[in-house]
Design a protein around this ligand. Sequence first.
Ligand code: GDP
Ligand code: GDP
Length: 443
Amino acid sequence: MLPVIALVGRPNVGKSTLFNRFTRTRDALVADLPGLTRDRQYGHALLQNNPFIIIDTGGITGGEVGVDGLMAEQSMQAVREADITLFIVNAREGLTPVDEAIATQLRAENKTIHLVVNKVDGLDQNTVLADFYRLGFDSVSAIAAAHGRGVGKLIDNVILPAANIDPDLEETETVDSEDDPEKGPKLAIIGRPNVGKSTLVNRMLGEERVVVYDMPGTTRDSIYIEMERRNKQYTLIDTAGVRKRGKVHEAVEKFSVLKTLQAINDANVVIMIFDAREGITEQDLNLLGFAIDAGRSLVLGVNKWDNMSEDKREAVKEAIARRLHFADFARIKFISALHGTNVGHLWEAVDEAYASARVKMTSSKLTRVLEMAVAKHQPPASGRFKIKLRYAHPGGHNPPRIVVHGNQTKSLPKSYVRYLEKSFREALKVVGTPIKFELKESK
Ligand code: GDP
Ligand code: GDP
Protein backbone atom coordinates (compact mmCIF):
# COMPACT_ATOMS: atom_id res chain seq x y z
CA MET A 1 0.00 0.00 0.00
CA LEU A 2 1.22 3.51 -0.72
CA PRO A 3 1.69 5.76 2.31
CA VAL A 4 -1.00 8.44 2.52
CA ILE A 5 -0.36 12.05 3.51
CA ALA A 6 -3.24 14.28 4.65
CA LEU A 7 -2.98 18.08 4.57
CA VAL A 8 -5.25 19.76 7.13
CA GLY A 9 -5.68 23.23 8.55
CA ARG A 10 -7.76 26.38 8.17
CA PRO A 11 -8.70 27.64 4.69
CA ASN A 12 -6.06 29.84 3.01
CA VAL A 13 -3.06 28.59 4.94
CA GLY A 14 -1.56 27.15 1.75
CA LYS A 15 -2.69 23.52 1.67
CA SER A 16 -3.48 23.51 -2.05
CA THR A 17 -0.24 25.28 -2.84
CA LEU A 18 1.67 22.55 -1.03
CA PHE A 19 -0.50 19.87 -2.65
CA ASN A 20 0.33 21.23 -6.09
CA ARG A 21 4.02 21.39 -5.26
CA PHE A 22 3.99 17.76 -4.10
CA THR A 23 1.99 16.40 -7.02
CA ARG A 24 3.67 18.45 -9.73
CA THR A 25 6.64 16.12 -9.76
CA ARG A 26 4.60 13.75 -11.81
CA ASP A 27 1.86 15.10 -14.08
CA ALA A 28 -0.52 14.26 -11.28
CA LEU A 29 -4.16 13.87 -12.00
CA VAL A 30 -6.47 15.05 -9.34
CA ALA A 31 -9.53 12.97 -8.60
CA ASP A 32 -12.19 15.41 -7.69
CA LEU A 33 -15.34 13.42 -7.35
CA PRO A 34 -18.13 15.89 -6.74
CA GLY A 35 -20.78 14.87 -4.29
CA LEU A 36 -18.68 12.08 -2.88
CA THR A 37 -15.61 13.87 -1.79
CA ARG A 38 -16.70 17.45 -1.41
CA ASP A 39 -13.73 19.71 -1.32
CA ARG A 40 -11.27 16.91 -1.21
CA GLN A 41 -8.55 16.36 -3.73
CA TYR A 42 -6.45 13.25 -4.11
CA GLY A 43 -3.15 13.10 -5.92
CA HIS A 44 -0.17 10.90 -6.56
CA ALA A 45 3.23 12.29 -5.71
CA LEU A 46 6.79 11.12 -6.09
CA LEU A 47 8.81 12.51 -3.18
CA GLN A 48 12.53 11.77 -3.66
CA ASN A 49 11.31 9.07 -6.01
CA ASN A 50 9.05 7.46 -3.42
CA PRO A 51 5.38 7.20 -4.35
CA PHE A 52 2.74 8.66 -2.04
CA ILE A 53 -0.95 9.49 -2.13
CA ILE A 54 -1.75 13.02 -0.97
CA ILE A 55 -5.15 14.16 0.29
CA ASP A 56 -5.87 17.86 0.31
CA THR A 57 -8.81 18.91 2.45
CA GLY A 58 -11.22 21.81 2.20
CA GLY A 59 -10.13 23.32 5.46
CA ILE A 60 -11.49 23.61 8.96
CA THR A 61 -13.03 26.98 9.79
CA GLY A 62 -14.04 26.34 13.37
CA GLY A 63 -17.70 26.75 12.43
CA GLU A 64 -19.28 23.45 13.43
CA VAL A 65 -22.51 23.64 11.43
CA GLY A 66 -23.68 23.24 7.84
CA VAL A 67 -21.14 23.06 5.06
CA ASP A 68 -18.32 23.99 7.42
CA GLY A 69 -19.18 21.13 9.74
CA LEU A 70 -19.24 18.73 6.83
CA MET A 71 -15.89 20.02 5.62
CA ALA A 72 -14.39 19.63 9.07
CA GLU A 73 -15.73 16.09 9.34
CA GLN A 74 -14.16 15.26 5.97
CA SER A 75 -10.85 16.69 7.10
CA MET A 76 -10.91 14.45 10.16
CA GLN A 77 -11.87 11.52 7.93
CA ALA A 78 -8.79 12.25 5.83
CA VAL A 79 -6.66 12.27 8.98
CA ARG A 80 -8.04 8.87 9.95
CA GLU A 81 -7.25 7.48 6.50
CA ALA A 82 -3.75 8.93 6.44
CA ASP A 83 -0.43 7.55 7.61
CA ILE A 84 1.08 11.00 7.91
CA THR A 85 -0.81 14.16 8.90
CA LEU A 86 0.59 17.58 8.12
CA PHE A 87 -1.19 20.31 10.05
CA ILE A 88 -0.62 23.52 8.12
CA VAL A 89 -0.73 26.95 9.79
CA ASN A 90 -0.13 30.45 8.45
CA ALA A 91 2.97 32.27 9.71
CA ARG A 92 1.59 35.62 8.53
CA GLU A 93 -1.42 35.44 10.78
CA GLY A 94 0.29 33.81 13.73
CA LEU A 95 -1.43 31.36 16.01
CA THR A 96 -5.23 31.74 15.96
CA PRO A 97 -7.95 30.31 18.22
CA VAL A 98 -9.15 28.13 15.31
CA ASP A 99 -5.64 26.64 15.00
CA GLU A 100 -5.80 25.81 18.70
CA ALA A 101 -9.22 24.22 18.29
CA ILE A 102 -7.99 22.14 15.34
CA ALA A 103 -4.93 21.07 17.34
CA THR A 104 -7.22 19.79 20.10
CA GLN A 105 -9.32 17.84 17.60
CA LEU A 106 -6.22 16.38 15.97
CA ARG A 107 -4.77 15.28 19.30
CA ALA A 108 -7.98 13.37 19.99
CA GLU A 109 -7.22 11.19 16.94
CA ASN A 110 -4.12 9.82 18.69
CA LYS A 111 -1.90 10.16 15.67
CA THR A 112 1.45 11.79 15.28
CA ILE A 113 0.82 15.28 13.94
CA HIS A 114 3.47 17.22 12.08
CA LEU A 115 3.04 20.96 12.35
CA VAL A 116 3.99 22.86 9.20
CA VAL A 117 4.27 26.65 9.48
CA ASN A 118 3.76 28.04 5.98
CA LYS A 119 4.38 31.47 4.41
CA VAL A 120 7.57 32.16 6.38
CA ASP A 121 9.00 34.01 3.38
CA GLY A 122 10.22 37.45 4.44
CA LEU A 123 9.56 36.78 8.14
CA ASP A 124 11.94 36.17 10.99
CA GLN A 125 11.68 32.43 11.32
CA ASN A 126 12.57 32.14 15.00
CA THR A 127 10.03 34.69 16.15
CA VAL A 128 7.33 33.12 14.02
CA LEU A 129 8.03 29.60 15.18
CA ALA A 130 8.14 30.53 18.88
CA ASP A 131 4.47 31.45 18.67
CA PHE A 132 3.50 28.05 17.23
CA TYR A 133 5.62 25.97 19.61
CA ARG A 134 2.92 26.83 22.18
CA LEU A 135 0.72 24.22 20.44
CA GLY A 136 3.03 21.60 21.92
CA PHE A 137 3.83 19.50 18.85
CA ASP A 138 7.29 17.91 18.70
CA SER A 139 7.61 18.06 14.96
CA VAL A 140 7.59 21.63 13.64
CA SER A 141 8.75 22.71 10.17
CA ALA A 142 8.91 26.13 8.55
CA ILE A 143 8.21 26.41 4.82
CA ALA A 144 7.17 28.76 2.06
CA ALA A 145 5.09 26.46 -0.11
CA ALA A 146 4.65 29.09 -2.80
CA HIS A 147 8.41 29.38 -3.27
CA GLY A 148 9.40 25.84 -2.35
CA ARG A 149 11.56 26.97 0.56
CA GLY A 150 11.90 24.33 3.28
CA VAL A 151 9.85 21.83 1.31
CA GLY A 152 12.88 19.60 0.55
CA LYS A 153 13.74 19.55 4.26
CA LEU A 154 10.13 18.76 5.13
CA ILE A 155 10.29 15.77 2.81
CA ASP A 156 13.72 14.54 4.01
CA ASN A 157 13.37 15.21 7.73
CA VAL A 158 9.67 14.65 8.34
CA ILE A 159 7.79 12.82 5.61
CA LEU A 160 10.28 10.12 4.60
CA PRO A 161 11.16 9.16 8.21
CA ALA A 162 7.44 9.12 9.12
CA ALA A 163 6.93 6.68 6.24
CA ASN A 164 9.93 4.64 7.43
CA ILE A 165 11.91 5.47 4.31
CA ASP A 166 15.63 6.10 4.70
CA PRO A 167 16.31 9.32 2.78
CA ASP A 168 20.01 8.41 2.41
CA LEU A 169 19.31 5.22 0.56
CA GLU A 170 20.06 5.24 -3.14
CA GLU A 171 17.03 6.32 -5.08
CA THR A 172 15.34 3.18 -6.27
CA GLU A 173 13.15 2.67 -9.28
CA THR A 174 9.66 1.67 -8.27
CA VAL A 175 9.71 -2.11 -8.38
CA ASP A 176 7.49 -4.24 -10.55
CA SER A 177 4.45 -5.32 -8.64
CA GLU A 178 4.93 -8.89 -9.69
CA ASP A 179 5.12 -10.13 -6.14
CA ASP A 180 3.63 -13.62 -6.14
CA PRO A 181 3.45 -15.41 -9.50
CA GLU A 182 1.69 -18.35 -7.77
CA LYS A 183 -1.35 -16.21 -7.14
CA GLY A 184 -1.45 -14.89 -10.68
CA PRO A 185 -2.26 -11.33 -11.67
CA LYS A 186 -4.14 -9.02 -9.35
CA LEU A 187 -7.20 -7.53 -11.04
CA ALA A 188 -8.69 -4.36 -9.58
CA ILE A 189 -12.33 -3.78 -10.47
CA ILE A 190 -12.90 -0.06 -10.25
CA GLY A 191 -15.54 2.48 -11.22
CA ARG A 192 -18.00 4.96 -9.81
CA PRO A 193 -20.71 3.84 -7.40
CA ASN A 194 -23.52 1.79 -8.98
CA VAL A 195 -21.82 1.06 -12.29
CA GLY A 196 -22.07 -2.63 -11.44
CA LYS A 197 -18.73 -3.55 -9.85
CA SER A 198 -20.12 -5.93 -7.24
CA THR A 199 -22.41 -7.52 -9.77
CA LEU A 200 -19.38 -8.08 -12.00
CA VAL A 201 -17.21 -9.44 -9.19
CA ASN A 202 -19.92 -11.93 -8.34
CA ARG A 203 -20.32 -12.81 -12.00
CA MET A 204 -16.57 -13.31 -12.44
CA LEU A 205 -16.53 -15.57 -9.41
CA GLY A 206 -19.70 -17.41 -10.27
CA GLU A 207 -19.09 -17.92 -13.93
CA GLU A 208 -16.79 -20.88 -13.42
CA ARG A 209 -16.33 -23.25 -10.60
CA VAL A 210 -13.96 -21.17 -8.55
CA VAL A 211 -12.02 -21.59 -5.40
CA VAL A 212 -12.52 -18.50 -3.33
CA TYR A 213 -10.62 -17.45 -0.29
CA ASP A 214 -11.92 -14.32 1.33
CA MET A 215 -9.39 -12.13 2.99
CA PRO A 216 -10.65 -10.00 5.81
CA GLY A 217 -10.75 -6.37 4.80
CA THR A 218 -11.25 -3.24 6.81
CA THR A 219 -13.26 -0.31 5.52
CA ARG A 220 -9.95 1.13 4.44
CA ASP A 221 -8.86 -1.83 2.39
CA SER A 222 -10.39 -3.56 -0.56
CA ILE A 223 -11.23 -7.24 -0.30
CA TYR A 224 -8.76 -9.58 -1.96
CA ILE A 225 -10.29 -12.71 -3.41
CA GLU A 226 -8.11 -15.48 -4.77
CA MET A 227 -9.68 -17.52 -7.51
CA GLU A 228 -8.98 -19.98 -10.27
CA ARG A 229 -10.39 -19.92 -13.77
CA ARG A 230 -9.54 -22.48 -16.43
CA ASN A 231 -6.54 -23.63 -14.40
CA LYS A 232 -5.17 -20.13 -14.03
CA GLN A 233 -4.84 -18.21 -10.78
CA TYR A 234 -6.08 -14.67 -10.26
CA THR A 235 -6.66 -12.37 -7.32
CA LEU A 236 -9.65 -10.05 -7.62
CA ILE A 237 -9.38 -6.77 -5.77
CA ASP A 238 -12.96 -5.92 -4.90
CA THR A 239 -13.14 -2.18 -4.27
CA ALA A 240 -16.91 -2.24 -3.86
CA GLY A 241 -16.54 -4.56 -0.92
CA VAL A 242 -20.13 -5.69 -0.74
CA ARG A 243 -19.63 -9.37 -1.28
CA LYS A 244 -21.22 -11.71 1.18
CA ARG A 245 -18.86 -12.15 4.06
CA GLY A 246 -19.78 -15.06 6.27
CA LYS A 247 -23.52 -15.09 6.57
CA VAL A 248 -23.98 -11.37 6.76
CA HIS A 249 -24.30 -9.24 3.67
CA GLU A 250 -22.23 -6.36 4.81
CA ALA A 251 -22.65 -3.17 2.88
CA VAL A 252 -19.60 -1.43 4.20
CA GLU A 253 -18.66 2.02 2.99
CA LYS A 254 -19.37 1.42 -0.66
CA PHE A 255 -17.13 3.84 -2.41
CA SER A 256 -13.85 5.36 -1.37
CA VAL A 257 -11.43 7.21 -3.61
CA LEU A 258 -8.53 6.17 -1.43
CA LYS A 259 -9.47 2.51 -1.61
CA THR A 260 -9.70 2.81 -5.39
CA LEU A 261 -6.31 4.50 -5.65
CA GLN A 262 -4.65 1.87 -3.47
CA ALA A 263 -6.30 -0.90 -5.50
CA ILE A 264 -5.04 0.62 -8.76
CA ASN A 265 -1.57 0.86 -7.33
CA ASP A 266 -1.55 -2.74 -6.15
CA ALA A 267 -3.08 -4.24 -9.30
CA ASN A 268 -1.47 -5.75 -12.37
CA VAL A 269 -4.56 -5.17 -14.47
CA VAL A 270 -7.25 -2.56 -13.81
CA ILE A 271 -10.75 -3.36 -15.02
CA MET A 272 -12.51 -0.03 -15.23
CA ILE A 273 -16.29 -0.25 -15.40
CA PHE A 274 -18.57 2.36 -16.96
CA ASP A 275 -22.36 2.50 -16.83
CA ALA A 276 -23.67 2.59 -20.41
CA ARG A 277 -26.85 4.24 -19.20
CA GLU A 278 -24.96 7.16 -17.72
CA GLY A 279 -22.51 7.64 -20.58
CA ILE A 280 -18.97 8.80 -19.86
CA THR A 281 -18.86 11.21 -16.91
CA GLU A 282 -16.18 13.54 -15.52
CA GLN A 283 -15.75 11.18 -12.59
CA ASP A 284 -15.10 8.29 -14.97
CA LEU A 285 -12.41 10.32 -16.70
CA ASN A 286 -10.77 11.21 -13.39
CA LEU A 287 -10.59 7.61 -12.25
CA LEU A 288 -9.35 6.47 -15.64
CA GLY A 289 -6.69 9.17 -15.53
CA PHE A 290 -5.42 7.75 -12.27
CA ALA A 291 -5.19 4.22 -13.66
CA ILE A 292 -3.27 5.42 -16.70
CA ASP A 293 -1.02 7.66 -14.62
CA ALA A 294 -0.12 4.65 -12.48
CA GLY A 295 0.97 2.78 -15.61
CA ARG A 296 -1.27 -0.20 -15.05
CA SER A 297 -2.60 -2.54 -17.70
CA LEU A 298 -6.14 -1.65 -18.47
CA VAL A 299 -9.37 -3.18 -19.71
CA LEU A 300 -12.49 -1.07 -20.13
CA GLY A 301 -15.89 -2.59 -19.51
CA VAL A 302 -19.01 -0.72 -20.59
CA ASN A 303 -21.65 -2.34 -18.41
CA LYS A 304 -25.46 -2.59 -18.51
CA TRP A 305 -25.36 -3.10 -22.28
CA ASP A 306 -28.49 -5.24 -21.97
CA ASN A 307 -31.81 -3.72 -22.94
CA MET A 308 -30.32 -0.65 -24.59
CA SER A 309 -31.82 0.76 -27.75
CA GLU A 310 -29.61 0.92 -30.85
CA ASP A 311 -29.73 4.73 -30.73
CA LYS A 312 -28.49 4.77 -27.15
CA ARG A 313 -25.75 2.28 -28.00
CA GLU A 314 -24.58 4.44 -30.88
CA ALA A 315 -24.52 7.50 -28.63
CA VAL A 316 -22.37 5.69 -26.05
CA LYS A 317 -19.96 4.47 -28.72
CA GLU A 318 -19.68 7.98 -30.09
CA ALA A 319 -18.95 9.39 -26.60
CA ILE A 320 -16.27 6.75 -26.09
CA ALA A 321 -14.58 7.56 -29.37
CA ARG A 322 -14.63 11.25 -28.52
CA ARG A 323 -13.62 11.19 -24.85
CA LEU A 324 -11.58 8.05 -24.27
CA HIS A 325 -8.98 8.41 -27.00
CA PHE A 326 -6.31 8.90 -24.34
CA ALA A 327 -6.96 5.29 -23.32
CA ASP A 328 -7.03 3.94 -26.87
CA PHE A 329 -4.38 1.35 -26.03
CA ALA A 330 -6.99 -0.52 -23.97
CA ARG A 331 -9.62 -2.96 -25.19
CA ILE A 332 -13.23 -1.96 -24.66
CA LYS A 333 -15.81 -4.68 -23.96
CA PHE A 334 -19.54 -4.06 -23.92
CA ILE A 335 -20.92 -6.28 -21.21
CA SER A 336 -23.84 -7.10 -19.01
CA ALA A 337 -22.60 -8.12 -15.60
CA LEU A 338 -26.18 -8.92 -14.67
CA HIS A 339 -26.69 -11.46 -17.48
CA GLY A 340 -23.06 -12.43 -18.01
CA THR A 341 -22.99 -11.28 -21.61
CA ASN A 342 -19.45 -10.83 -22.95
CA VAL A 343 -17.84 -11.38 -19.54
CA GLY A 344 -15.84 -14.21 -21.15
CA HIS A 345 -14.42 -11.68 -23.61
CA LEU A 346 -13.57 -9.40 -20.72
CA TRP A 347 -11.47 -12.24 -19.26
CA GLU A 348 -9.69 -12.69 -22.60
CA ALA A 349 -8.84 -9.00 -22.66
CA VAL A 350 -7.51 -9.28 -19.10
CA ASP A 351 -5.21 -12.19 -20.03
CA GLU A 352 -4.01 -10.36 -23.11
CA ALA A 353 -3.29 -7.15 -21.17
CA TYR A 354 -1.40 -9.01 -18.47
CA ALA A 355 0.68 -10.90 -21.04
CA SER A 356 1.40 -7.58 -22.79
CA ALA A 357 2.63 -6.01 -19.55
CA ARG A 358 5.26 -8.75 -19.37
CA VAL A 359 6.12 -8.98 -23.05
CA LYS A 360 9.62 -10.26 -23.80
CA MET A 361 11.84 -7.52 -25.15
CA THR A 362 15.45 -7.78 -26.25
CA SER A 363 17.83 -4.93 -27.04
CA SER A 364 18.37 -6.20 -30.57
CA LYS A 365 14.65 -6.37 -31.31
CA LEU A 366 13.96 -2.95 -29.78
CA THR A 367 16.85 -1.39 -31.68
CA ARG A 368 15.59 -2.93 -34.91
CA VAL A 369 12.10 -1.53 -34.35
CA LEU A 370 13.62 1.87 -33.54
CA GLU A 371 15.69 1.86 -36.72
CA MET A 372 12.69 0.91 -38.82
CA ALA A 373 10.55 3.64 -37.25
CA VAL A 374 13.27 6.26 -37.80
CA ALA A 375 13.82 5.14 -41.40
CA LYS A 376 10.13 5.64 -42.07
CA HIS A 377 9.91 9.04 -40.36
CA GLN A 378 12.99 11.01 -39.35
CA PRO A 379 12.69 12.92 -36.08
CA PRO A 380 12.36 16.67 -36.79
CA ALA A 381 15.41 18.91 -36.34
CA SER A 382 15.67 20.81 -33.08
CA GLY A 383 16.90 24.26 -34.03
CA ARG A 384 20.36 23.84 -35.55
CA PHE A 385 20.72 20.36 -34.12
CA LYS A 386 19.74 17.08 -35.58
CA ILE A 387 17.97 14.70 -33.22
CA LYS A 388 19.58 11.29 -33.57
CA LEU A 389 18.10 8.14 -32.11
CA ARG A 390 20.74 5.41 -31.90
CA TYR A 391 19.62 2.34 -30.03
CA ALA A 392 17.09 1.03 -27.53
CA HIS A 393 17.05 -1.50 -24.72
CA PRO A 394 14.50 -2.82 -22.24
CA GLY A 395 14.14 -0.88 -18.99
CA GLY A 396 11.62 -3.03 -17.13
CA HIS A 397 8.23 -4.64 -17.15
CA ASN A 398 4.73 -3.98 -15.93
CA PRO A 399 4.39 -1.58 -17.67
CA PRO A 400 7.00 -2.27 -20.37
CA ARG A 401 9.71 0.35 -20.25
CA ILE A 402 11.87 1.14 -23.25
CA VAL A 403 15.07 3.15 -22.95
CA VAL A 404 16.01 5.04 -26.12
CA HIS A 405 19.52 6.47 -26.51
CA GLY A 406 20.53 9.25 -28.84
CA ASN A 407 21.48 12.93 -29.18
CA GLN A 408 19.22 15.88 -28.38
CA THR A 409 16.61 13.39 -27.16
CA LYS A 410 15.30 16.00 -24.71
CA SER A 411 14.06 17.99 -27.71
CA LEU A 412 12.09 15.11 -29.17
CA PRO A 413 8.50 16.36 -29.60
CA LYS A 414 5.69 14.53 -27.79
CA SER A 415 4.06 13.71 -31.10
CA TYR A 416 7.18 11.83 -32.16
CA VAL A 417 7.26 9.88 -28.90
CA ARG A 418 3.65 8.92 -29.61
CA TYR A 419 4.67 7.78 -33.07
CA LEU A 420 7.45 5.67 -31.53
CA GLU A 421 5.02 4.21 -29.04
CA LYS A 422 2.71 3.20 -31.87
CA SER A 423 5.57 1.59 -33.76
CA PHE A 424 6.74 -0.41 -30.73
CA ARG A 425 3.17 -1.34 -29.84
CA GLU A 426 2.58 -2.82 -33.29
CA ALA A 427 5.93 -4.57 -33.51
CA LEU A 428 5.70 -6.11 -30.04
CA LYS A 429 1.94 -6.77 -30.31
CA VAL A 430 1.32 -5.01 -27.01
CA VAL A 431 -2.35 -4.40 -26.24
CA GLY A 432 -3.96 -3.09 -23.08
CA THR A 433 -0.87 -1.76 -21.39
CA PRO A 434 0.87 1.59 -21.58
CA ILE A 435 4.49 1.71 -22.75
CA LYS A 436 6.83 4.03 -20.88
CA PHE A 437 9.76 5.66 -22.62
CA GLU A 438 12.98 6.88 -21.15
CA LEU A 439 15.04 9.10 -23.41
CA LYS A 440 18.78 9.12 -22.72
CA GLU A 441 21.58 11.28 -24.04
CA SER A 442 24.56 9.32 -25.35
CA LYS A 443 27.39 9.76 -27.77
P1 GDP B 1 -5.64 26.56 1.15
O1 GDP B 1 -7.00 27.18 1.23
O2 GDP B 1 -5.14 26.19 2.52
O3 GDP B 1 -5.56 25.43 0.19
O4 GDP B 1 -4.62 27.72 0.67
P2 GDP B 1 -4.02 28.02 -0.79
O5 GDP B 1 -2.98 27.04 -1.14
O6 GDP B 1 -5.14 28.22 -1.72
O7 GDP B 1 -3.26 29.41 -0.50
C1 GDP B 1 -3.94 30.56 -0.04
C2 GDP B 1 -3.17 31.78 -0.44
O8 GDP B 1 -1.89 31.79 0.20
C3 GDP B 1 -2.88 31.85 -1.93
O9 GDP B 1 -3.06 33.16 -2.35
C4 GDP B 1 -1.42 31.44 -2.03
O10 GDP B 1 -0.78 32.03 -3.13
C5 GDP B 1 -0.86 31.98 -0.73
N1 GDP B 1 0.34 31.23 -0.31
C6 GDP B 1 0.48 29.89 -0.27
N2 GDP B 1 1.74 29.57 0.17
C7 GDP B 1 2.38 30.72 0.38
C8 GDP B 1 3.71 31.03 0.82
O11 GDP B 1 4.55 30.17 1.07
N3 GDP B 1 4.01 32.35 0.98
C9 GDP B 1 3.12 33.33 0.68
N4 GDP B 1 3.51 34.59 0.85
N5 GDP B 1 1.87 33.07 0.24
C10 GDP B 1 1.50 31.78 0.09
P1 GDP C 1 -21.42 -1.06 -7.66
O1 GDP C 1 -21.81 0.03 -6.74
O2 GDP C 1 -20.53 -0.57 -8.75
O3 GDP C 1 -20.85 -2.27 -6.96
O4 GDP C 1 -22.76 -1.52 -8.42
P2 GDP C 1 -23.71 -2.78 -8.17
O5 GDP C 1 -23.06 -4.04 -8.63
O6 GDP C 1 -24.18 -2.76 -6.76
O7 GDP C 1 -24.88 -2.48 -9.19
C1 GDP C 1 -25.67 -1.32 -9.08
C2 GDP C 1 -27.02 -1.57 -9.72
O8 GDP C 1 -26.89 -1.81 -11.12
C3 GDP C 1 -27.70 -2.80 -9.15
O9 GDP C 1 -29.09 -2.52 -9.05
C4 GDP C 1 -27.44 -3.86 -10.21
O10 GDP C 1 -28.43 -4.86 -10.24
C5 GDP C 1 -27.48 -3.05 -11.47
N1 GDP C 1 -26.66 -3.69 -12.53
C6 GDP C 1 -25.39 -4.16 -12.42
N2 GDP C 1 -24.99 -4.68 -13.59
C7 GDP C 1 -26.01 -4.54 -14.46
C8 GDP C 1 -26.19 -4.91 -15.84
O11 GDP C 1 -25.32 -5.47 -16.50
N3 GDP C 1 -27.38 -4.59 -16.42
C9 GDP C 1 -28.38 -3.98 -15.71
N4 GDP C 1 -29.50 -3.71 -16.35
N5 GDP C 1 -28.24 -3.62 -14.42
C10 GDP C 1 -27.07 -3.91 -13.79
